[in-house]
Design a protein around this ligand. Structure first.
Ligand code: SAJ
Length: 442
């Protein structure tokens, strides 16, 4: 199938890079976002998110005339839906006392409805948003069929998950393998024809529900693996072991690859997607829900550690470094670092937070420091929550003269104990408890 014009609904972390990449490969792309601020920003040639290389890619797509942006869809050969599927914040499910989160599918529903007036015979529609199993068949197809066109017969319909890593989106969009699930094999074939425009990785055709499950399985596996790393950190603290050293040694085994503990699991993917399985089949997703609970409890574990390190939290001044959900990105969604700050404040600590990638972020109940120096100046303790390169590269010897703090707490294994100690700091690390008696035989 040949495509000349594409309409991309949702111009966020996935939709915008996808739109720009298709435009760079010669397609006419019309990008749609319901947020007028996003549309205005793009039409002024700027972007509203931080992603390496994206500003340049979008600028040249706009300049070439291949990319246009507005708030409503236009007729096209193909439509890609790349809108968020967060979880609901007010409503929860319940299974034998297990409170689980529910997917909020409103954006997928309204984006699909927005296509209806412009859907034509022979079109291809692709859902990219991570969605609970059977969404393409049971939610998207019935909405599109209100057009009196039949999915799989009059138009093609696919589910194709995005699997790119924030921070490396433009490269991974092109290089990663891609799974394309069609509601018929002809639909999958049409999906392949579209993505072959730029995808250099292998393209695998399958059915739509398998493709949905593949995506959630990937992120669930990562979540479970991080949960066990976090549990190892807790166990290591109990036994007086350095978890980072233990993980390093265990990972020398050819079939073991333990991930890194940290302050918890955030972002809009891994902390959300496993709940889609739990919601769909709570009685079957027991390990999955337990892993979610372990990771969600990690900010509390960090706060207890800080409390011990500084001797109680009431009125203690804590400089919290990093609020993003992971290193070197500006994305604050579902960030465990933010949860840590809230919990510290609930216990009476005075927190000055600093996030270099989002210095102007507006966060409910959290006051951001004006800059790094004012965050640390009169602190009692410095708490590292995100392994941003610029924090990892801090020189403790120079830092010592710019802060009153002599206690530092590292939750991401970024700082070297010897260097920090020589600079006059007591460094506490997640997954390491220096107080139990030495484990070494003398
Ligand atoms: N984290 C740890 N320890 C680790 C690795 C990560 O605590 O060893 C934490 C991070 O700090 C962060 C969270 O987990 O808070 C998630 O970060 P991530 O880098 O693992 O993943 P995301 O959410 O940025 O991107 C994931 C990727 N999925 C997989 O690696 C299976 C990406 O490929 C997907 O495209 C993306 O989800 C998505 O959009 O679903």
């Amino acid at each position: 199938m040949k495509f000349n014009k594409l309409c991309v609904l949702g111009l966020g972390y996935i939709g915008l890079p996808t739109a720009a990449t298709f435009a760079a490969h010669g397609l006419k792309v019309h990008g749609v976002d319901i947020n007028p601020r996003v549309v205005d920003t793009l039409n002024e040639g700027r972007i509203h998110i931080h992603e390496p290389g994206l500003q340049t890619a979008v600028e040249s797509a706009l300049r070439s005339g291949n990319l246009t942006v507005s708030s409503s869809p236009e007729e096209a050969d193909a439509f890609i839906i790349a809108v968020p599927t967060p979880f609901q914040h007010e409503k929860f499910g319940d299974h034998n006392g297990l409170r689980y989160k529910l997917a909020d599918m409103r954006a997928v529903t309204s984006a699909t409805e927005a296509i209806l007036p412009v859907l034509r015979k022979g079109n291809l529609v692709v859902l990219e948003s991570t969605s609970p199993p059977r969404t393409t068949v049971e939610l998207v197809a019935p909405i599109l069929e209100r057009s009196n066109l039949q999915a799989g017969k009059d138009f093609h319909l696919c589910y194709s998950p995005e699997r790119v890593l924030p921070g490396q989106i433009l490269r991974e969009l092109v290089e990663n393998a891609r799974v394309i699930g069609g509601i018929t094999s002809e639909s999958a074939r049409a999906g392949r024809d579209l993505y072959e425009t730029f995808v250099k990785g292998e393209i695998h055709e399958t059915d739509a529900t398998t493709a949905e499950m593949v995506k959630i399985m990937e992120n669930t596996t990562r979540d479970v693996n991080i949960a066990i790393a976090n549990e190892f950190a807790r166990l290591a603290e109990k036994f007086g072991v350095d978890v980072w050293e233990a993980i390093r040694l265990a990972n020398l085994h050819p079939r073991i690859n333990i991930l890194s503990p940290g302050p918890g699991v955030g972002g809009h993917c891994i902390s959300v997607d496993p709940w889609f399985f739990v919601e769909a089949a709570p009685e079957l997703a027991q390990l999955i829900s337990q892993a979610r609970l372990v990771n969600d409890a990690q900010p509390r574990f960090v706060v207890e550690k800080v409390k011990r390190a500084v001797g109680g939290l009431k009125n203690k001044r804590i400089a919290a470094l990093g609020l993003a959900y992971k290193p070197d990105v500006d994305d604050l969604r579902e960030s465990p670092a933010i949860e840590v700050v809230h919990l510290l404040q609930d216990e009476g600590a005075q927190v000055k937070a600093w996030e270099p990638f989002a210095p102007d972020a507006k966060l409910d109940g959290i006051k951001l420091a004006n800059d790094f120096n004012s965050a640390i100046l009169d602190a009692d303790a410095i708490l590292l929550l995100v392994n941003h390169s610029q924090f990892r590269n801090i020189n403790p010897a120079s830092l010592a003269s710019t802060t009153s703090a002599r206690i530092a707490i590292d939750t991401v294994n970024a700082w070297n104990v010897t260097e920090w100690q020589s600079a006059g700091f007591v460094l506490h690390r997640l997954g390491v408890n220096t107080s139990p008696a030495s484990n070494r035989h003398s």
